[in-house]
Write a protein that binds this ligand. Structure first.
Ligand code: ATP
Ligand code: ZN
Length: 298
C-alpha cells in the first residue's frame, strides 16, 4: 500500500470523540443535541461508547466530573459539561467552544430559613458543606471570609439538618430542593450552563470535524431562538408591518390571489413573538402563523 492510500484509510477512520454525561441532568439534552445535529447514534443502552452511522463522531458516556480530565488526557476530544464542573476542576488546555443554553443553574450559598442574614460576614467562622470546595474557597478568600469548608460528595442540602454544617454551597435551579430542606438562598457565587468544551490541541482533521459539529450546533441554537412568521395583510399596511417584523434582511412579500393583499414572511425572536403578533393584529394582519425553526444560518 503506498503512502497516499495509507493516508486515505487513516482519514476515513478518523473520528472525533465526544464525551457526554452517562446519566443525570445533562444526559437527555446532550443526546437531543446530537440528534438535532443530525447524528444517527447506534443504539446501545448502558454502553460506554457508541458512534454515529452518518458522521465521524464517537460518543463516550461518562460521569460529568470525569469529562474535563478525560479531554485533557486525550481519551475524549471534546465533551458536554456544566461550567460549574469546569470551574471546580480548573483544568488547563481546555477551550469552551460553545455555550449550549441547557443545564442552567447557579452555585449558591444557602442557610437555614429562619436565620437572619445581614451579608457575607455571616459566614465568618461558619461550617459550610459543599461539593465545590475549590470554587467556594476562592470565593471566600476573595471576600476575606474565613470559614470551615466540608467537602462532601452529594446530598449537600441535608448537611445543616443533620448538624454537619451551618450553611451549604450547592447548585440551585428552581430552589425547590432548598425549600424542602428548610434552607434559603442568600448569595450566588457562579452562574452556569452546559458548554461544549474541547482539547485545545486537536489535530487538523479532528478540528475540522469539530468545526462541522459546532456549525450545526450554532444553526440549531439560532433556530431555537427564533420563529418563522407568516401573515396576510392589506398592501397599504406593508410598510408599517415591515417595521414590526424586519427579519434577517427584510421580509419576503408575495402577492395574494386576492387583489390588494399580500403575504409577508419573516423571522422573529422566539421570546417576543406573542407581543409582536399582537402588534401585527392591530396593524390589520390576518391569518398569522408562527412556526418553529429547526436550523437557522445567518
Ligand atoms: P454524575 O453521576 O454524572 O457525576 P451528578 O450527580 O454529579 O452526576 P447531576 O445532578 O446530574 O450531576 O448534574 C449534572 C449537571 O447539571 C451539574 O453539574 C450542573 O451543571 C447541571 N445542573 C442544572 N441544574 C442543576 C441542579 N438543580 N442541581 C444540580 N445540577 C444541576
Ligand atoms: Zn457529577
Amino acid at each position: 500500500m503506498n503512502q497516499e492510500s495509507l493516508f486515505y484509510f487513516k482519514s476515513i477512520d478518523m473520528k472525533l470523540t465526544i464525551a457526554i454525561q452517562k446519566s443525570g441532568r445533562l444526559n437527555k439534552s446532550s443526546l437531543e443535541l446530537m440528534s438535532f445535529c443530525g447524528f444517527n447514534l447506534i443504539e446501545g443502552n448502558g454502553r460506554l461508547k457508541t458512534r454515529a452511522e452518518n458522521f465521524p463522531v464517537e460518543v463516550l458516556f461518562l460521569r460529568d466530573d470525569d469529562i474535563p480530565g478525560y479531554i485533557r488526557d486525550g481519551v475524549a476530544d471534546c465533551g458536554i459539561v456544566g461550567e460549574n464542573v469546569l470551574a471546580e476542576k480548573g483544568i488547563e488546555n481546555l477551550q469552551v467552544e460553545e455555550k449550549l443554553g441547557f443545564g442552567t443553574c447557579r452555585l449558591s450559598l444557602a442557610i437555614p430559613r429562619e436565620t437572619n442574614y445581614a451579608g457575607l460576614t455571616y459566614f465568618q467562622g461558619k461550617r459550610i458543606a459543599t461539593s465545590y470546595p475549590e470554587i467556594l474557597s476562592s470565593f471566600l478568600k476573595s471576600n476575606n471570609i474565613k470559614a470551615e469548608i466540608h467537602g462532601i460528595g452529594g446530598s449537600v442540602e441535608i448537611a445543616p439538618g443533620i448538624g454537619l454544617s451551618d450553611a451549604i454551597c450547592d447548585l440551585v435551579s428552581t430552589g425547590s430542593t432548598l425549600l424542602s430542606n428548610g434552607l434559603k438562598e442568600v448569595e450566588t457565587i457562579l452562574k452556569s450552563q452546559a458548554v461544549l468544551v474541547a482539547n485545545q490541541n486537536l489535530n487538523g482533521e479532528k478540528r475540522d470535524i469539530l468545526d462541522r459539529l459546532i456549525f450545526r450546533v450554532r444553526a440549531n441554537r439560532q433556530g431555537k431562538k427564533n420563529k418563522y412568521i407568516l401573515l396576510n395583510a392589506p398592501n397599504g399596511k406593508i410598510a408599517a408591518i415591515t417595521k414590526i417584523i424586519p427579519g434577517i434582511k427584510a421580509p419576503t412579500i408575495l402577492p395574494l390571489a386576492t387583489e390588494g393583499w399580500s403575504s409577508l414572511h419573516s423571522v422573529v425572536n422566539a421570546d417576543d413573538f406573542w407581543d409582536i403578533t399582537m402588534k401585527l393584529k392591530k396593524e390589520g394582519a390576518e391569518g398569522i402563523l408562527v412556526i418553529p425553526i429547526e436550523n437557522m444560518i445567518v
